[in-house]
Design a binder for this molecule. Structure first.
Ligand code: MN3
Length: 200
């Protein structure tokens, strides 16, 4: 099956004034689309052409000779996960099961904010910050480039934040810490994290 570009789960201007329409038009319409286009070119005529996106990512992870396919397929998956990790009027303290689990596993919401902000700020160059469930416990992690916890055994991604410069440069220029704070205060979609936790 061909790799497809899922539509954004909200309109291009829905996250304004925090992330503006131009950012989403370019990030989804150009960057995310390019990973889809390039991924399809690379899998055409190969064993991967008939696989689901998740299976392609898992089958190519860690294989140097499949790095091109992995990078594009993983970036397609990561970006779709990222769009759902935000919502209009999101952000702030979590509710539901994830709220209780954050208190249990990190000690407090404030401690989670500290760890997640640190992960995003200290990912050198391009990459992602994640909230994952690993061995039944919440963990904050970061990955470089296209790497994704989806490929780690026993690890379920719950939320992600894109810290590639293209995610925030038009709105925040070089101020990555301001983007991270805005993501946590105004955008993060705890409903999505709760859905992923419930399925884990
Ligand atoms: Mn991106």
């Amino acid at each position: 099956m061909a790799i497809e570009l899922p539509p954004l789960p909200y309109s291009h201007d829905a996250l304004a004034p925090h992330i503006n329409a131009q950012t989403l038009q370019i990030h989804h319409g150009k960057h995310h689309q390019a990973y889809v286009t390039n991924g399809n070119k690379l899998i055409d005529g190969t064993e991967f052409a008939s696989m689901s996106l998740v299976d392609i990512v898992k089958a190519t992870a860690g294989k140097a000779d499949k790095a091109g396919i992995f990078n594009n397929a993983a970036q397609v998956w990561n970006h779709t996960f990222y769009w759902h990790s935000m919502k209009p009027k999101g952000g702030g303290k979590p509710t539901g099961a994830i709220a209780q689990k954050i208190t249990t596993d990190f000690g407090s919401y404030e401690k989670f904010v500290e760890l997640f902000s640190q992960a995003g700020a200290t990912q050198f160059g391009s990459g992602w910050a994640w909230l994952v469930l690993k061995g039944g416990k919440l963990e904050v992690t970061k990955t470089p480039n296209a790497e994704t916890p989806l490929t780690q055994a026993g690890c379920t991604p719950l939320l992600t934040m894109d810290v590639w410069e293209h995610a925030y440069y038009l709105d925040f220029q070089n101020r990555r810490p301001d983007y991270i704070k805005t993501f946590l205060d105004h955008l993060v979609n705890w409903d999505f994290a709760n859905q992923n936790l419930a399925k884990a």
